[in-house]
Design a protein around this ligand. Sequence first.
Ligand code: Q46
Ligand code: ZN
Ligand code: ZN
Length: 303
Amino acid sequence: MKCRKCGAVAVINMRQHKLALCDEHFLEWIPQQTQRAIRKYRMFGPRDRILVAVSGGKDSLSLWDVLLRLGYQAEGLYIHLGIDSGGYSDSSLEYVERFAAAREGARFRVVDVKAEYGQSVPELARRTHRGRKPCALCGLVKRYIMNRVAYEGGYDAIATGHNLDDEVAVLMQNTLRWQTGYLARQAPVLPSTHPKLARKVKPFVRLYERETAAYAIVRGIEYIYDECPYAVGSTTNFYKELLNQLEGRSPGAKLGFYLSFLEAKRQGAFSQTKEALELNECEKCGQPTTAPGLCAFCRLWER
Ligand code: Q46
Ligand code: ZN
Ligand code: ZN
């Protein structure tokens, strides 16, 4: 297989685009595609300050790398969740530290959940969710901390490394249950609904997972290869496998599913009900909440 641009040996063939590229042209193509998505979905501009949620995995580190290469003011946020008695979280943090140390201007901050609030996410899940998988709780904790750090640090947007496979797996789950409320809120950009809640953006939303992985490898980014132990065997991973089978038979199926969903939304499908959600400020931390009194995050620590 040869690179379509220069004829050199291709490192990747992207059948959905009928495009094979060599390492050099692939390393150019990914930032170009990312920049196109940032513009198309109006994610942020050159003067905005971006907080990149980094986990130490291929998607978030590649995203941070691409945003820095594109000249954005992108700073990292690593949330230490205390997973596997710290083992998994400690080693993923090391990848983030190594990434930042190798790049001038790659600044990041760490929020250690246990050090700051007294319990790690798995400990908190054992106490409040009776040993159930900590993922729902983990999502709540991460969202809260991202919002709070973005607000306190004056960032304009929070960027996450979600790729097309992530989005399509969620889309499929939501579609199979026709969860129209979730479908209405699934988008490449979630606008801010309160001055203390930053805009959320997903600049890799049109890139396949194998492309973000290939980018990290070709670019020499070292990342944590293992998944979070709680992600192993998850429903999302099962849907990803199903969708990859579909993609194998019909190249472009994943991209087509996602883009036609966005088009249907643009034409008014799943339009969100306009009932304005009244947001109060949490009595303890001041972050916005729909509940009266304490926000869901503060309630966790009160129990
Ligand atoms: S980090 Fe947290 Fe994920 Fe691990 S505990 Fe579940 S939600 S799987 S993205
Ligand atoms: Zn080439
Ligand atoms: Zn609160």
